[in-house]
Design a protein around this ligand. Structure first.
Ligand SMILES: CC(C)(COP(=O)(O)OP(=O)(O)OC[C@H]1O[C@@H](n2cnc3c(N)ncnc32)[C@H](O)[C@@H]1OP(=O)(O)O)[C@@H](O)C(=O)NCCC(=O)NCCS
Length: 157
């Protein structure tokens, strides 16, 4: 594979959503909600998860780094800059199944962290679910330290 990294293009959106929704199977808060309550308002968890990427694009489309092998998109990381706080955020990272486990996620994270450094930020933030073993390993491997654990609650109205 001849992997290259490039910026986000608007016509990437459906593919990135597809990659992200597939990648978050088993490690998604939205899926956890669905397992407990079923679909909500006629939308399944995949629909809700895919919308997160709309948020990422709206917040900082230049912060999305796309990994490609020729015409094929292999994965992406989304980032945004909180300059006032000095914090860089990484809301989403996803790789296609066949490209996982070869260091691409680590490379995308390093590019995200470099973007933050280049912008003069001093710290970076990322989240993962407790059951996401790869995330828990990889994020600490690139320098993140765990600072808090959270429980998400949902109630029927
Ligand atoms: C998480 C993800 C983006 C990482 O990308 P990747 O290209 O697979 O990651 P890398 O190959 O760079 O690194 C994976 C690391 O996890 C390790 N790993 C793999 N399976 C693991 C497991 N079950 N438990 C712990 N560590 C594991 C690998 O050994 C490697 O670490 P190392 O380089 O120190 O040996 C990708 O696997 C993915 O899309 N997963 C599904 C979606 C997801 O979980 N997204 C993040 C949600 S917060």
């Amino acid at each position: 594979m001849a992997i290259e990294f490039r910026g986000y293009r608007p016509d990437d959106l459906p593919t990135l959503k597809h990659i992200m929704v597939e990648a978050f199977e088993g490690v998604s808060i939205d899926q956890g909600i669905e397992l407990e309550f079923g679909p909500i308002n006629n939308h399944d968890w995949r629909w809700r998860k895919a919308r997160h990427l709309d948020d990422d694009v709206a917040r900082d489309r230049d912060g999305i780094i796309v990994a490609v092998d020729g015409d094929q998109i292999l994965g992406f990381v989304s980032t945004w800059l909180d300059r006032e706080a000095g914090l860089g955020h990484i809301p989403n990272i996803s790789i296609v199944p066949e490209a996982r486990g070869h260091g691409l996620g680590r490379q995308l994270l390093h590019l995200a962290l470099q973007r933050f450094r280049d912008a003069g930020l001093t710290h970076a933030k990322i989240e993962t679910l407790a059951q996401n073993q790869i995330g828990n390993h990889l994020y600490q491997a690139v320098g993140f330290r765990p600072v808090a654990q959270q429980v998400h609650f949902v109630a029927e109205l």
